[in-house]
Design a binder for this molecule. Structure first.
Ligand code: ZN
Length: 137
């Protein structure tokens, strides 16, 4: 398998049509993340309602993998509590490392399972997830 094969329809759909793209007005918190090895640079915005993450968006620029991954992450954690979001992030890391993980929690993001064969692209896929992890701290 070549890295190009990772650009599946699901990845390209999220890259081109993400409904979570764009800055959020009056966010509760925002956080910037960058992956220098690829040139990906994203900013995540969240709005919280008590303990619930009610809205998630991102902007910036990056390769298809980093942007699609941010879109999938936003879709997954919107409406979840901070604890649930943290759990989802940990499952994503387990998948990327090739450990057992709960696929039910990861939705479309399971398309990145094969990325573990391409360590250099792993940084692209995990950028948004690391950024959110920092944001939730
Ligand atoms: Zn990238």
């Amino acid at each position: 398998m070549r890295p190009e094969d990772l650009y599946s329809d699901v990845i390209m759909f999220h890259y081109k049509n993400s409904s979570h793209r764009g800055a959020l007005e009056n966010p509760t918190a925002e956080q910037e993340g960058a992956n220098l090895s690829c040139g990906d640079s994203l900013r995540l915005y969240i709005k919280t309602d008590g303990d619930t993450i009610s809205k998630v968006t991102f902007d910036g620029h990056g390769c298809a993998i980093s942007v699609a991954s941010a879109s999938m992450l936003a879709e997954l954690i919107e409406g979840k509590t901070k604890n649930e979001a943290t759990e989802i992030i940990q499952e994503f890391y387990k998948m990327i490392k090739g450990e057992d993980f709960n696929a039910e929690l990861l939705g479309d993001a399971v398309v990145f399972e094969n990325l573990k064969q391409f360590p250099i692209r792993v940084k692209c896929a995990t950028l948004a997830w690391h950024t959110l992890e920092q944001l939730l701290k």
